[in-house]
Design a protein around this ligand. Structure first.
Ligand SMILES: NC(=O)N[C@@H](CC(=O)O)C(=O)O
Ligand SMILES: [Zn+2]
Ligand SMILES: [Zn+2]
Length: 347
């Protein structure tokens, strides 16, 4: 007997669509299954002003294949020169849903990020006032700090002091990777939430390093040891409203991943829902999947949940391509390392 599961149409609360030929290649992979996505602003140059966000949104909508309904939720890239009035107008008009904080140098295309957190204090205070959420890449960049500790040190040195100083600021810890991060979110009030990626629910650091280095499992924050993965799975499948899906699907071409200094980022848009259904099924938590992919995110962002639905069907393992071809070059798809039995029913 085939098993089916009908859910409200999911949203992706952390997505990289890039621009140009790459965007044209990856956008349908998301728009096929997701109603909305928070679109990350780390283009080169970054999406800094309301005008930048408006133009980028226009390019996304123009690249959307006919027949696919998809709403990009835009973000601004916080810099030390961000104008609070421009941000306020962009938020009030509904153009942007959030602002993104990258510590300078923390990750892909973060060179224009924040170096001195005091300099952005007035902008963050304004965001607290107007209720605009701050999405955070939560890793310190201090070269002294081990790369596996950069998230927990960020919580202690930056995030916790910031939230104490501006308690009304609504914060999303993006792509959470540690047990300490999970515990910090669980111990906080409703002004803090976290996105969790499919890959951090599936791989640990052994997958990256044992038996040869696997560039397609390299992303930031880097996957941690197995104990952390288990905490992430338990948080994501718990139904706790503070945890929701942000795929962090981050395409780079294969030549840019498979080289002496490979880019950070895992592309997962195509098989995200199959991966998640497999993980939730394995935990006996299919009844919590809708909360994670379609209810908790909109609730945090103050948006209605989608009315449309999708149906997942369980059957023989679903074949996915190893890579998708884009006008910018081939992009390898995340390989969970186990068969995926759930697929999204074509409508
Ligand atoms: N996650 C990643 O490893 N990479 C992202 C940037 C980010 O989300 O930090 C990218 O833009 O490629
Ligand atoms: Zn990031
Ligand atoms: Zn990202």
């Amino acid at each position: 007997m085939t098993q089916t599961l009908t859910l409200r149409r999911p949203d992706d609360w952390h997505l990289h669509l890039r621009d140009g030929a790459m965007m044209e290649g990856v956008l349908p992979e998301t728009a096929r299954h997701f109603a909305r996505a928070i679109v990350m602003p780390n283009l080169v140059p970054p999406v800094v002003t309301a005008d930048d966000a408006r133009a980028y949104r226009g390019r996304i909508l123009a690249a959307l294949p006919g027949g696919l309904r998809f709403t990009p939720l835009m973000t601004l890239y916080l810099t030390e020169a961000t104008d609070p009035d421009d941000l306020t107008a962009a938020h009030a008009s509904g153009l942007i849903a959030a602002v993104k904080l990258y510590p300078a140098g923390a990750t892909t295309n973060s060179a224009s990020g924040v170096q001195d957190f005091d300099k952005v204090r007035p902008v963050l205070e304004r965001m607290a006032e107007i209720g605009c959420p701050l999405c955070v890449h939560g890793e310190v960049t201090d070269p002294e700090i081990d790369i596996f500790d950069r998230e927990t040190v960020f919580i202690d040195r930056v995030l916790d002091p910031l939230r104490r100083a501006i308690p009304d600021l609504r914060v999303v810890m993006e792509h959470l990777t540690t047990a300490q991060g999970v515990a910090y979110v669980q111990a906080s009030d409703s002004n803090l939430a976290a996105t969790v990626t499919p890959h951090h629910l599936i791989i640990n650091r052994n997958h990256i390093l044992v038996g040869g280095v696997k560039p397609h499992y390299y992303c930031l924050p880097v996957a941690k040891r197995e104990t952390h993965r288990l905490e992430l799975v338990s948080a994501a499948t718990s139904g706790d409203a503070r945890f929701f899906l942000g795929t962090d699907s981050a395409p780079h071409t294969d030549p840019n991943k498979e080289c002496a200094c490979g880019c950070a980022g895992i592309f997962s848009a195509t098989n995200t829902l199959s991966c998640l259904a497999e993980v939730f099924d394995g935990e006996g938590a299919l009844d919590k999947l809708e909360a994670f992919v379609a209810l908790n995110g909109p609730a945090f962002y103050g948006l209605p949940a989608n009315e449309e639905t999708i149906t997942l069907v369980k059957g023989a393992p679903v074949p996915y391509p190893a890579k998708i071809e884009t006008g910018a070059g081939p992009v390898t798809l995340f390989d969970p390392g186990f068969p995926l039995h759930w697929r999204v029913q074509e409508t």
